[in-house]
Design a protein. Sequence first.
Length: 246
Amino acid sequence: MAGASALVALSLGGCQSGARQDAHAQDGSVCSFMAPTVSGTRNYVPRDAKEGPDSAIAYPDPETPVYCDRPIAESLRSAIELANYTRALQSVGLFNILEQGGPYTVFAIANGPLQRYEAQFSGGILQPANAPALKSLLGYTIVPGRWSVDALRKAIARQPTHAIGLHTLSGAILTVSPDPASGQLILSNGAGAVNRLWVTGIPQSNGVLYFTQSLLSPVFPQVAPAASSFAKSTQSVAAKPLAPLR
């Protein structure tokens, strides 16, 4: 999804103030990023046409700005590509957490992967019976603390395993490590599944926001008699453990 859909930073002079500002009234003083959109491809059909236009250039998907001095919750609401993720967070009661001071690091799931995940559930993932599974999945995307790309790379560099484990709101560990081939940071759940980043590290007033290319299901290991060498090596950089969501 890199290339045309890649994150584009607007040259607005950087975040010069920690206070919330109106981007229109404070021209040149607000840091912002353009969040990509792919889920709405060719969703506009002219009134006199039976099918959508052949050219994506004729009716491009709208990109939405994400401002660095806004809280994560506001950015989620404004990003078209995270509409399903935002609705899901609201349905299980996790959205209001991201309205608080935090800080939190969010590895948000784009519309496409979440729609494919939802297709596995009869009646849709938002049905009350599916709430525990959804809450566990979404809790696995939220990490207490402010983890920018630089902070992640520095923490990884200090570990002999070249990976760190981050405690998530689901209670499961999210592993972050560099991809051996590209050097790009990737996420994994400890059971072989990998999730790549799409938009990397938008600073927010109460944390950091990422877009991911797919999703990861949390893995809860069985109780072990002793911590593994990997767990010991990542303990110093992981956020404080939290009780699993219920």
